[in-house]
Design a protein around this ligand. Structure first.
Ligand SMILES: Cc1cc2nc3c(=O)[nH]c(=O)nc-3n(C[C@H](O)[C@H](O)[C@H](O)COP(=O)(O)OP(=O)(O)OC[C@H]3O[C@@H](n4cnc5c(N)ncnc54)[C@H](O)[C@@H]3O)c2cc1C
Length: 307
C-alpha cells in the first residue's frame, strides 16, 4: 500500500492527518522543514494501527511527543511523523490503604501535568519533573531527569509496541535499561504506548516547597522563555558541568547567525528568531572543538538530531 492508501485507511479510523506539515510548528526550537504527512492518532489502538500500517509498507517514520528534545533539519524530510498529542489518557489507583498512588499514563501525557497531578494529591516522587517540558513518552525515551531525580525512579512498567514482531508487550522497570539520559527505547524497535508510575504518600507542604524551589531555580537560570531544546550537551562525567565550562571560555552570548549560546545558561543554545539547523550545528561543533582543546573532554549532543 502506498502513502495515499495508508492515509485513506487512517482517515476512516478517525486519525487526524496533515499533509506537508512544517515540523518547526511542533518543536520547541522552532526549527524544522516539511514532512510529507503528519499523523495524529486519537486513541492508543489507532496509534498501534498506524505503526502497523507504516511498518508493513516500509514507510520511514518517526515519533514526536512534545518536540522539546529535538534538533530537526530545516530541509524537507522524507519520513512521515506520528504525533502522540492526543494520547493523554490517565488512570489513577490508590494502593496500600492510600499510602501509594499508581498512575497509568498514555505516552502523550505531559510530564509536568503528571507532576502537578501527583503532587496535588499529596504524593511524592515527581517534584523534580515539574518544569521538564515534553511528554511521558519522550521522558522514558531519554530517562529525563533534573535535581537528582530521574524518570527511572518512578516507572513501574511500560506497555510497548514491538515493531520487530508487531506485538504489544509489557516491560518491567529493570527491563527498560535506564541509565543517564538513556533507555532501551533509543536502541530498539520499541515504541512506548503507556506506562505505570508509582508514588509514595508525602508531606504536602514539603512537596509544594520543593516544586516552588525547583520552579524558581529553573526560571532564574534557564532561558525557558526562548525557543530551545533544553541542555544541548549531556554531562560527560559526574563532576563536569558543561554550562560552567562553556561559560569559562567566555562563550555566553556567542552567536552564529540567530543561533546563540544563552547568556542566561551557557549549556543552552537558543533560537533568537530565524536560526537555521546549520547554524545550530555549526555552533555545537564550535563549542565541542573549543571544550576539547581547553579541557580534553568530548561532548555529546543530548537532543535527537533528525535530518
Ligand atoms: C526549556 C527546556 C528545559 C528542559 N529541561 C530538561 C530537564 O531538566 N531534564 C531533562 O531530562 N530534559 C529536559 N529537557 C529536554 C526534554 O524536555 C526532555 O528530554 C523530554 O523528556 C522530551 O520529551 P518530548 O515529549 O518533548 O520528546 P520529543 O522531543 O518529542 O522526542 C524525543 C525522543 O523521544 C522519542 N519519543 C517520544 N515519544 C515516544 C514514544 N511514545 N515512544 C518511543 N519514543 C518516543 C522521539 O521519537 C524522540 O526520539 C528540556 C527541554 C527544554 C526545551
Amino acid at each position: 500500500m502506498d502513502l495515499e492508501g495508508i492515509c485513506k485507511e487512517l482517515y476512516i479510523l478517525g486519525c487526524e492527518i496533515r499533509k506537508d506539515e512544517y515540523l518547526k510548528n511542533h518543536t520547541s526550537f522552532r526549527i524544522g522543514g516539511k514532512t510529507p504527512y503528519m499523523f495524529f492518532p486519537k486513541t492508543k489502538n489507532v496509534f498501534v494501527e498506524t505503526l502497523i500500517l507504516l511498518k508493513r509498507n516500509n514507510i520511514p517514520f518517526k515519533i514526536i511527543g512534545g518536540g522539546t528534545n529535538l534538533i530537526v533539519t530545516d530541509y524537507d524530510v522524507d519520513f512521515v511523523v506520528l504525533s502522540t498529542k492526543y494520547l493523554t489518557g490517565i488512570k489513577e489507583e490508590f494502593l496500600s490503604d492510600r499510602q501509594k498512588l499508581l498512575v497509568e499514563t498514555e505516552c502523550g501525557v505531559y510530564l509536568a501535568s503528571l507532576s502537578y497531578l501527583v503532587s496535588e494529591r499529596g504524593y511524592s516522587g515527581l517534584e523534580f519533573a515539574c518544569g521538564i517540558p515534553g511528554t511521558v513518552g519522550g521522558a522514558l525515551y531519554m530517562n529525563a531527569g533534573a535535581y537528582d531525580g530521574e524518570i527511572k525512579n518512578i516507572v513501574l512498567e511500560a506497555e510497548v509496541f514491538d515493531l520487530s514482531d508487531m506485538k504489544v508487550k509489557k516491560f518491567r522497570n529493570e527491563e527498560l535499561e535506564f541509565s543517564y539520559r538513556k533507555s532501551i527505547f533509543q536502541d530498539s524497535p520499541l515504541i512506548l504506548l503507556s506506562s505505570k508510575q508509582v508514588f509514595n504518600k508525602g508531606n504536602v507542604y514539603e512537596i509544594k516547597r520543593k516544586i516552588e524551589e525547583f520552579s524558581s531555580k529553573r526560571l532564574n537560570k534557564q532561558p525557558i522563555e526562548m525557543p530551545c531544546a533544553g541542555s544541548i550537551f549531556k554531562r560527560p562525567k559526574p563532576d563536569f558541568y558543561v554550562g560552567t565550562a562553556i561559560e569559562s571560555l567566555g562563550l555566553k552570548g556567542y552567536s552564529i547567525g540567530d543561533a546563540q549560546i544563552s547568556s542566561k545558561h551557557a549549556g543552552f543554545i537558543i533560537n533568537k528568531g530565524n536560526a537555521t539547523f546549520n547554524q545550530v550545528m555549526a555552533l555545537i561543533d564550535y563549542v565541542k572543538k573549543t571544550i576539547k582543546e581547553k579541557y580534553q573532554v568530548d561532548l555529546t549532543v543530548e537532543p535527537e538530531i533528525w535530518k
